[in-house]
Design a protein around this ligand. Structure first.
Ligand code: TRP
Length: 378
């Protein structure tokens, strides 16, 4: 008997597909595995353990314990994350952003949130610059709706806010050679030259807070692991520029509604967008891939397979905060006591009420957007 063929894993900053093997990624990228000590420390400072920490959503990191220690010494610490604004935001994007809001509160940190309209314009043949910029502002509403703190959140667009960014980006660019950029990002001679420059923009934000405040502030980047190549380059040059190396904490990818891979905007039927009408999102859930058996009899006999079920994954990552209820669901599924239709209906209901609430917050964010956008240093 042979196992089902695995789909080859591809994880780059521009493409994530196939069966994700996190152990292999940790090894390939040379990052450290998350530890219970770090999870507990974060929980201690936050006052509670976030669902994502309890469920192992953050499975690797670099220097997070150092970042926490700096905070414990009484030093200011900062956060940085970002988004390539090429379309609407989906639930997969929200997972790390909710966590950022939690970290921001726990550590009283400023959050620098980069909207890389330049990156998306350079990398996507089908996206105009105006479109990318307008998505940057639309997506900022989602960031705000995740609960980021006003006054401590500095959202910026690479193109619209370049006056705050260009000098520090130049200092970074001067330290990175063409051959490094080629090797790390797999660029070739036929790539446009904007792609060679762009990594300086993504790296620059690691030092932006330090630069603006005129002192060294440790920076932690919560992100999915596919962004790692940028941080490898940044870490190599940080000290040459007189800054700390940025720390990272890496989230797993939220699966899409179809089998395998991560939630991806390029497959709209399998992604739930924050702008989807709730009923439409509910219908998508009803068509999701599950770990169910082909027939009811088999399901009752053999039980379902939560370990491969995307509906279960959504409860796990986002929609079931109660650990006991989650275990009960898993057990009754494995015992064949509940069928997929049941879980899908329950998830659809939760997704619908989540979206109704989120969309209200998102609309309210339009009124206060300006409070969250980067301002000149005082
Ligand atoms: N390159 C990221 C993307 O395409 C956007 C981004 C910029 C980012 N800076 C970041 C993501 C820092 C995570 C952390 O989505």
């Amino acid at each position: 008997m042979t196992d089902e063929p695995k789909q080859e894993m591809v994880v780059t900053p521009w493409e994530v597909k196939g069966d994700i093997d996190y152990d292999k990624l940790i090894e390939q990228f040379g990052v450290s595995r998350m530890t219970p000590e770090i999870e507990d420390k974060i929980a201690e400072h936050a006052g509670y353990k976030h669902l994502q920490l309890r469920r192992g959503v953050y499975l690797s990191h670099r220097d997070t314990e150092w970042w926490i220690k700096e905070y414990e010494k009484g030093n200011k610490v900062g956060l940085y994350t970002g988004r390539g604004p090429s379309g609407n935001v989906h639930l997969g994007h929200l997972v790390p952003w909710f966590f950022c809001a939690y970290l921001q509160k726990a550590f009283g940190a400023d959050m620098y949130f980069q909207m890389t309209d330049d990156e998306k314009f350079l990398h996507r043949a089908d996206l105009s610059l105006d479109e990318a910029v307008s998505y940057a502002y639309e997506n900022a509403l989602d960031v705000i709706a995740c609960g980021m703190a006003p006054g401590k959140t500095h959202i910026f667009s690479d193109t619209e806010d370049i006056e705050h960014l260009y000098k520090i980006a130049l200092r970074v660019a001067k330290k990175v050679t063409f051959s490094t950029a080629k090797a790390v990002f797999g660029l070739t001679d036929s790539d446009n030259i904007g792609k060679i420059w762009y990594p300086a923009m993504q790296a620059m934000t690691c030092f932006l807070e330090s630069d603006r405040e005129g002192r060294n502030i440790p920076c932690l980047i919560p992100a999915a692991i596919d962004q790692d190549p940028y941080w490898r380059v940044t870490r190599d040059i940080a000290q040459k520029l007189g800054y700390y190396k940025p720390a990272q904490i890496h989230a797993k990818f939220l699966p899409g509604l179809a089998e395998g891979g991560k939630m991806s905007a390029s497959q709209p039927e399998t992604a739930i967008f924050t702008t989807d009408p709730p009923k439409k999102a509910g219908k998508k859930v009803m068509r999701a891939f599950t770990g169910g058996r082909p027939t009811v009899e088999e399901q009752r006999d053999l039980g379902g397979r939560p370990e491969i079920c995307n509906v279960y994954a959504y409860f796990y990552f986002l929609f079931e905060d109660d650990d006991k209820a989650l275990v009960e669901r898993e057990t009754s599924c494995k015992n064949g006591e509940i069928l997929c239709g049941h879980c899908k209906k329950e998830l659809a209901k939760r997704v619908e009420s989540f979206l109704t609430d989120f969309q209200e917050k998102r609309e309210a964010a339009r009124e206060v957007l300006d409070e969250y956008l980067i301002k000149p240093v005082e």
